[in-house]
Design a protein around this ligand. Structure first.
Ligand code: AMP
Length: 299
């Protein structure tokens, strides 16, 4: 087992310009896992409440996601509600209920502490750090975060940044965290805080990888019918880390290829609500999109 993720499993309520869905399966770790499983085994560490259907956990397991590190706590599962503007790139968080996640103390099962690749999906920075502290000697640790944690947990987040190799953030988060408006200046400031590389997600405009020894930019895959962008960032990370864990190396070439894999994977996520788009996808469909994306950017 080489890839492990810690983060939220959630019920999301989502309003798009076209549709509204209540209490669908979501969570940063959930989206990540549904993406990463397309590349190989992935193990989850997280918490659910007693309201989380047993059948959903079984379905995750059948999809190839290891759920031994998912614990059930008394109370309700994490809930998040959001609304998208017509341009899709603007999202408003309407509600966040931490519920059982508020006092979550992650416990990485002993058998999984040797994972070589670790993704600290969006969660309280303290939870991310406590999970990381249990890992033996991971080769690549990448973390995500969100405006909420930048607002209320900045000190802990800065401490976390000193311990990770990679950071995945969107434009708004990069600006908040660095205090710079220009994204390249922002990336420089973020790199000085610890990570070896930063990935700046620009929604439908694609993503930049800015590191000490590698720079790469990619547009998003051209999706004609966006249904729900929730989880696109986590799915990108799932494809990105899934590829690196599968090839077992973190060279500049592998990082570039991982950007293609992450971008293609995220494009499936936005084609359905919740994890539906990713669940409909198989390796063949994914490989075809990776190849198409590569040809799109090759002269
Ligand atoms: P993304 O669209 O990639 O930013 O991820 C959205 C997912 O993150 C949703 O399924 C939410 O359940 C989850 N989420 C939203 N807010 C938070 C938060 N503050 N901490 C952890 N997970 C969150």
């Amino acid at each position: 087992m080489s890839l492990l993720a810690v983060g939220t499993l959630a019920f999301d309520s989502i309003e798009t310009p076209f549709e509204k869905r209540t209490d669908v399966l979501g969570g940063s770790a959930t989206h990540f896992a549904y993406a990463a499983r397309l590349f190989g085994p992935v193990e989850l560490v997280g918490v659910i409440g007693t309201d989380f259907p047993e059948e959903t956990l079984k379905a995750m397991s059948r999809a190839g996601i290891g759920v031994r590190g998912v614990e059930t706590a008394p109370g309700k599962t994490f809930r998040w509600a959001g609304r998208y503007e017509a341009d899709w790139n603007t999202r408003h968080t309407l509600d966040t209920q931490l519920n059982v996640f508020e006092h979550f103390d992650p416990k990485v099962p002993t058998a999984q502490r040797g994972a070589r690749f670790v993704f600290l999906a969006n969660a309280q920075p303290e939870v991310q750090m406590r999970a990381l502290a249990q890992m033996r000697a991971p080769e690549l640790v990448v973390c995500d975060t969100m405006n909420l944690w930048i607002d209320i947990k900045l000190g802990a987040l800065e401490e976390l940044l000193r311990k990770v190799h990679g950071l995945v953030v969107n434009e708004e988060e990069a600006r908040m965290l660095s205090g710079r408006r220009n994204l390249f200046q922002a990336a420089k400031v973020l790199l000085a805080k610890g990570p070896r590389f930063v990935i700046l997600k620009k929604g439908e405009h694609g993503a930049f990888l800015l590191g000490r020894d590698v720079r790469f930019a990619l547009p998003s895959y051209p999706v004609e019918d966006v249904v729900d962008p929730t989880g696109a960032g986590d799915s990108f990370a799932g494809g990105f880390m899934g590829h690196l864990a599968a090839v077992g190396e973190v060279t500049p070439a592998a990082l570039r290829r991982a950007m293609l894999c992450g971008t293609a994977t995220a494009s499936f996520c936005v084609e359905g609500f919740s994890t539906e788009g990713l669940e409909r996808t198989d390796r063949k469909g994914l490989d075809a999109r990776v190849a198409e994306l590569a040809s799109l950017v090759t002269p």
